[in-house]
Structure formats: C-alpha cells, structure tokens
Design a protein around this ligand. Sequence first.
Ligand code: ADP
Ligand code: TRP
Length: 320
Amino acid sequence: MRILTGIQPSGKLHWGNYFGAMKPIIDLQEKGETFVFVAQYHALTTVHDAAALRESSLDVALDFLACGLNPEKACLFMQSDVPELHELAWLLSVVTPMGLLERCHSYKDKMARGIAASHGLFAYPVLMAADILAYQSDLVPVGRDQKQHVEVTRDIAAKFNQIFGREVFKMPEPMISEAVAVIPGLDGQKMSKSYHNTIGLFEEPKEVKAKIMKIATDSTPLEEPKDPDACRVFALYKLFANEAEQAEMRENYLRGGYGYGHAKKALFEIYKRTFGPFRERREDLAAHPDVVRDILAAGAAKARAAARETLAAARDAVGL
Ligand code: ADP
Ligand code: TRP
C-alpha cells in the first residue's frame, strides 16, 4: 500500500498541522510505503517571497523529521525535485472539466478572503491530482478541508482512464481521522495561521506557556464541577493524552475542586513531555544540514523514479 501526503510551506507549522496532517502519516509509516513531500508549487499560489519560501520549505522537512518521520521507512522530498509532475498535470488538465474546479470550496474560500484569483490558484486541484496520481497512491491522509481535492483527483483519474481506455491511474482514497478532524485554536475557531490563533510546533516553551495561560475559560468557581467537553483546554489536552490520562482529567473536571489553572498547567506539562524530544532532534538536524540534504536527495530520487514510470504510461496512453 502506498500512502502519500503533501504539506505546504506557507508559514510556521502549528499544532493543527501536526495533529491533523503530520501525526496521522507518521503513525502510518510502518503500515505501507510512505511518501511525504513539501508542496512548494502549491504554496506559490499564495507566497511570493523567495527567501520566505526557501526557509519555510526546509522548515517543513526538518519539522517532519523532528516529529518522527523515519527516512529509512518513508520517502521525504521536495515537490520541486520532481519536474515530471508538471507534464502530468497538463495531461490531466486537458480532461478536467472547468465545472469540477469551479465547485472547489478551497478556491471559493480563498477568493472570499480576498486572495487574488490567479490561474494557479484555480488550477491547484489539478496539480494536487498530479501529486497523488504520479506515485500511484492508495491512501491520502489529509485534513477535512482537503477531502474534496482528493475526490476531484478520483474524478480526474477516472475520466482519464475512461477517455484513453487504460487503467493508467489507481484510485486513491482520502483518509480523514475524525478524532482530529478539526483542532481548535486558542480562540476556539479552527486553529489556522489565517486566524492568528495558533501554537507553533517549535515555538519557545515560554511563549507556548503564555499562550496556554491566556486561553479563555468560563467563570465557574474552582470548587464547582466543570464540563470538560465545553472547555478548550481539555480539547487540546486530549490530543496529547492517552486514554487513562484523558479519563483522569475528565474526572477532575466533573468532581470539582479542580481549576482551569490546574488544567492549563497539565496541558503545558504534557506538551513538554511530547515535544521535548522532538525539539532536541530538530536542533540536532538543524546542526547537520548535510544529513538533511542527503535524506531529501534520496527521497527525490525514489519519488522521481516512480513519477517517471507513471508519466511514461500516461504519455503513451495519450499518444505522445
Ligand atoms: P492553515 O489552516 O494554518 O493555513 P493548512 O491549510 O496549510 O493550514 O493545512 C495544512 C494541513 O494541516 C492540511 O492537511 C490541513 O487539513 C491540516 N490542518 C490545518 N489546520 C488544522 C486544524 N486546525 N485541524 C486539523 N487539521 C488541520
Ligand atoms: N493542498 C494540500 C494542503 O493545502 C497540500 C497538498 C498538495 C497535498 N498536494 C497534495 C496533500 C497531495 C495531499 C496530497 O494542505
């Protein structure tokens, strides 16, 4: 089984990205052949600053490795190292109905947020389809907001196979982990860099603590029972905690005599326990850029070989 996901280098990654997109694939890497790439061409639909793109691209790669992506098991690469992608995207775009792209929520949302409509922004799902189909991916773990793009990919693949009368592309399945479908931000909305409500993956612990302490809670007095399911602190704590720890915290809320300050402290502690080792690994990797370069070069070689094979089949099917 091939598992693939991409993540855009369009800013510092946050807890929402980690629990919604990174952890699911890191957890899956033992179960199949895993491909993870830094989606620079997608980020270019919104980022037009060369230095920032370069820096964020390397950051994404370092963040994945620091958080446990194992380069011995998984193939980690930069999207820009596989130029075959663009030829494949064109072959897909000629069978992609306009209406399919016009219906995409992500495009409509970005327009509504005032991002200028470019051809790239509109055609982005076709590039994403090329990403997924180039590697004959079976499973695509993504956040709920990306599910429609995987469905569009299936439509495009089916159309191509049907028009050219060959099974050139495999049908990918989206995988959305419902438990972590939407990670709340500090203000209770979806955590997103667009809402400025994030906690960064590798933010200084001091800043993380300050953000946690500022999370708004209701005014139930310390001694009274509290509803864990209505509390943002508990929602974030659950992401890190095992079942026993979750049950214990739930119990504390319901029993009373447990304040939101206690819960915030517990959240900070469990965050440190989880991310402390990641932070150390990240510092180590950042000090050894040659190691990271080698990992990305090996990833690119493997990804490129797979993409070449698919592209050759697609070229042949269309008559090139
Ligand atoms: P942002 O909303 O900060 O711009 P992106 O749209 O770049 O984040 O998301 C990158 C990946 O992380 C996607 O797969 C997305 O589904 C996932 N993701 C982002 N924020 C969250 C969240 N709050 N909860 C769950 N998954 C998320
Ligand atoms: N569009 C995805 C996002 O914004 C990133 C992405 C690009 C992707 N290509 C992909 C995700 C292929 C999964 C598979 O988060």
